[in-house]
Design a protein around this ligand. Structure first.
Ligand SMILES: Nc1nc2c(c(=O)[nH]1)N[C@H]1C(S)=C(S)[C@@H](COP(=O)(O)OP(=O)(O)OC[C@H]3O[C@@H](n4cnc5c(=O)[nH]c(N)nc54)[C@H](O)[C@@H]3O)O[C@H]1N2
Ligand SMILES: Nc1nc2c(c(=O)[nH]1)N[C@H]1C(S)=C(S)[C@@H](COP(=O)(O)OP(=O)(O)OC[C@H]3O[C@@H](n4cnc5c(=O)[nH]c(N)nc54)[C@H](O)[C@@H]3O)O[C@H]1N2
Ligand SMILES: [Mo]
Length: 763
């Protein structure tokens, strides 16, 4: 915590002048104030680049400024003028760098030179690209492929991701965990069971046609600010937005469009949510069951009085199964139980259900507040239940909308980044490349961590990301990591994950998506899929940060060629020379989604991949959309406790970070300046537990498994958060999350409810 640390309630809206100031500060820090603004004009445009921040959809007719505060920060971060010079590591040993903060490591600038770890010297030393590839290939050939893990963070393009997954399978494994395993995997598991599709059904056009929006567990102002534009337009049409979140997030309260001169000059604000429910963390299933119960009760009354039904009975009869059991469970659960688990009053839930019952077409959107729980998969399916009750899937203006994180995280799965072989057309791959793909299910993120801790995993290759910092159980993971034989990290900037390495270790710097990528056939572009299943191109704009950087496809191909026996059906070098050849290969593997890929991406500049659920074709076992009857309303049965001093910790993102990338030490919307070591607690809990405002405390995980998990140095801050919950930032809190505390079915770490005890610290 710095001396400048200050916490004071923020009175401004999301967006507004604070947003413009924040972007300017960031451009200044990266020495990009003049040129940065010009680059930003080409963000999310057909001939421009796709934002490297979140995966929110790009409109067909972009605005002049199709970017937001945090997209601008992500751009500034990538096109920074700061560089890690060749002799940087000779001056800064691994041991020293471990004492640097996450912010300071990345602030060193762009990585420029491939590096090999010199253990004796204790630092990274430059290595030639070809020597690196040769040695990685030699190491991989000596290992059992099934003891290796190829991680991908959700930023890599469709082209790179396809090559990465293919390389893993040719080499002999499906150990392809990705950031999605910590994120929307609860969606990828839950939605297929409910509606027979792993992705959301909403398109941007639906926002223009909807007349009701239900928003669960997502922080729009910080994490997908461009969504505030369609939300603002919806509010102006009188669409009620019904929000469920333990915290009063400013983006769901009010917004001033920083790109509207009128709003900026007059200070006009749009009130976003019509109703704001501050439910208990983990209370969503109970809240949704309450809404459904209120719908059932309202429906019975309305029909008895000869009024229009509250439930779409015809849709339910024709398109769904499991309704009767679900309705019986809702009716059989007493209101007191629903109130206790959700933390919401019956009257509040009934009022919101009545608004929903009057709507014609509703969207249900959500983020990590639903997925990162022990019951994350059930939470997602419960939201679908609520939508199915009124036929809100597969009609204009309606649908389910997981708001994805990384800009191509959804697309990676589409082109084969998954540990589950059943999600990949293995027969097609076998024919296309003349090999026998591995059939065995691979490791996801949690399983890869288990394998690293128990020694089964011998090598870890990371295509971007900051695995070690993003996963739970930091202490055990950092201790186990150096026992790996081989670690390879492909990255743009230095992070803590690069300071823990195997016996043989490489750090390979790559081009970012905003940079021009010249290959043998000329300038290349890549493609990504957004959260609304739209595929679009991204063209690099600025010169590369350094002349020795290689593109991600070139690095993947380099390692693959050095590892695999030659195979004339795998033209790695030609693929690197011309990415349209990779797109041809993707089209051959996935013809339904990607037929005529190159022609369509050039001609139409983007296309939606087909989604049967949008047409009410349900690719589920029963051929119908399926109601889930919840197994329990206990949010986190594996750590349930009644001890009064235990609070449920929610781990949060600030408005000044992108995952483990910390742009600055503050969180404007929550009134935090100059620090990230803040513990938000309910005022009554603070009084009850004897915690003085501003006191410094430690957090300890309240589970009995023989491991002491503790993080120190948080400043107690009374906050508007429901009793029994507290909140602090990710990734600082990751050492507190037990590896086994994850969602049933999807294994997404349950980062939104970690039972903790608060311990005083003498300062
Ligand atoms: N600027 C910026 N943009 C980002 C990112 C970033 O770090 N910075 N990260 C990207 C990535 S990878 C992702 S996955 C997304 C993440 O975006 P979000 O899905 O918004 O994730 P979080 O910031 O973790 O916040 C989740 C929200 O859920 C609420 N919440 C917590 N627990 C519960 C609960 O039990 N129930 C309910 N209903 N709500 C709850 C929190 O108060 C918070 O508002 O954003 C993406 N975009
Ligand atoms: N406690 C807690 N833990 C969480 C979460 C939480 O809410 N709470 N959220 C989870 C979620 S939703 C996610 S998605 C994960 C995120 O996990 P990751 O995706 O693994 O982490 P990031 O912080 O996004 O990765 C940042 C690093 O990516 C590298 N990078 C950036 N751009 C590029 C590029 O173009 N190419 C390459 N090769 N590298 C690049 C940079 O070196 C940078 O340091 O964390 C998860 N962990
Ligand atoms: Mo994410």
């Amino acid at each position: 915590m710095t001396d400048k640390a200050r916490i004071a309630a923020y009175s401004g809206p999301a967006g507004g002048w604070g947003s413009l100031r924040s972007v300017e500060e960031r451009l200044l820090e990266e020495h990009r104030l003049a040129s940065g603004n010009a680059v930003l004009l080409r963000q999310n445009k057909p001939e421009g680049y796709s934002c490297v921040s979140c995966s929110w959809a790009k409109p067909a007719k972009p605005r002049a400024f199709e970017y937001c505060e945090n997209g601008a920060k992500a751009t500034a971060w990538e096109i920074t003028r700061k560089r890690v010079p060749r002799d940087f590591f000779a001056q800064h040993s691994i041991a020293e760098l471990r004492r640097w903060s996450d912010h300071d490591l990345e602030a060193a600038g762009r990585l420029l030179h491939p590096m090999r770890l010199d253990h004796a010297a204790g630092h990274w030393v430059p290595v030639a690209w070809e020597d690196a590839f040769r040695e990685i290939g030699r190491e991989l050939r000596a290992l059992d492929p099934r003891s290796t893990v190829f991680y991908a963070s959700g930023r890599a393009s469709l082209e790179t991701s396809y090559m990465w997954g293919l390389f893993a399978r040719l080499y002999g494994h499906n150990n392809l965990p990705d950031s999605s395993n910590m994120c929307h995997e609860s969606t990828s598991v839950g939605l297929p069971e409910s509606i027979g599709a792993p992705v959301g059904t909403v398109t941007l056009e639906d926002f223009a046609a909807t007349d009701c929006i239900l928003a669960f567990g997502q922080n729009v102002g910080s994490n997908s600010p461009r969504m505030l534009h369609p939300l603002q337009e919806a509010v102006r049409r009188g669409v009620p937005i019904l929000t469920f979140n333990p915290l009063r997030e400013r983006g769901w309260e009010r917004f001033t469009n920083p790109q509207s001169p009128r709003e900026m000059l007059t200070g006009a604000e749009t009130r976003i949510s019509a109703r704001y429910h501050q439910l208990r963390a983990g209370g969503d299933s109970a809240a949704i069951l309450g809404l459904c119960k209120a719908l059932l009760e309202g429906d019975a009354k309305a029909r008895a009085a000869g009024k229009p039904a509250w439930i779409d009975h015809a849709f339910i009869a024709e398109h769904t199964e499991g309704f009767d059991a679900f309705a019986a469970a809702a009716m059989g659960t007493p209101w007191e139980v629903l109130e206790a688990h959700s933390g919401l009053a019956r009257t509040a839930l009934a009022g919101t259900a009545a608004i929903y019952a009057r709507s014609r077409a509703a969207i249900g959107l959500y983020g990590m507040g639903l997925t990162q729980h022990r019951k994350g998969v059930e939470n997602v399916r419960m939201l679908v239940n609520l939508l199915l009750m009124r036929g809100n899937i597969g009609k204009p203006g309606a649908g389910v909308l997981p708001v994805r994180g990384h800009s191509n995280v959804q697309g990676q799965r589409t082109v084969g980044i998954t540990e589950k072989p059943k999600l990949v057309p293995l027969d097609t791959l076998a024919k296309q490349y003349g090999f026998t793909p591995p059939q065995e299910t691979g490791m996801n993120t949690v399983e890869a961590c288990e394998g690293i801790i128990d020694g089964r995993v011998r090598a870890f290759l990371g295509l971007g990301g900051n695995f070690l910092r993003a996963v739970p159980e930091t202490a055990a993971m950092e201790a186990a990591w150096p026992r790996l034989r081989l670690t390879v990290q492909v990255a743009t900037k230095l992070n803590r994950g690069h300071l823990f390495n195997g016996e043989v270790a490489f750090l390979l710097p790559c081009l970012g998506r905003i940079e021009r990528d010249e290959q043998a056939s000329g300038p290349q572009f890549v493609t990504c899929e957004d959260t609304m299943t739209k595929i679009h191109p991204s063209h690099g704009q600025v010169p590369p940060a350094g002349s020795r950087l290689r593109s991600e496809p070139a690095i993947v191909a380099g390692i693959a060629q050095a590892t695999l026996p030659p195979n004339p059906r795998l033209p790695w070098a030609e693929w690197v020379g011309d990415y349209s050849r990779v797109r041809d290969a993707i089209a051959a593997t996935y013809p339904e989604a990607f037929h005529d890929f190159n022609a369509r991406i050039t001609r139409e500049r983007g296309f939606h991949r087909p989604l049967p659920a949008r047409q009410r074709v349900w690719k589920t076992k029963s051929g119908k959309a399926s109601f889930l009857t919840p197994s329990t309303l206990e949010e986190d049965p594996d750590t349930a406790t009644t001890a009064p001093e235990v609070l449920q910790l929610v781990t949060l993102r600030s408005n000044d970070q992108f995952n483990t990338t910390i742009y600055g030490h503050g969180d404007r919307f929550r009134g935090v300046h100059g620090t990230r070591m803040v513990l938000f607690v309910n005022r009554a809990d603070a009084a009850r537990l004897g915690l003085a405002e501003g006191a410094t405390v430690a957090l300890e995980t309240a589970v009995e498994d023989g491991i002491c998990r503790r993080v120190e140095g948080f400043r107690v801050t009374a906050y508007d958060i429901p009793p029994g919950c507290c909140a602090a930032y990710y990734p600082e809190c990751n050492p507190l999350i037990p590896l086994w505390h994850h969602a049933e079915g999807s294994k997404v770490p349950a980062a939104k409810s970690v039972p903790v005890r608060i311990r005083p610290m003498s300062t």
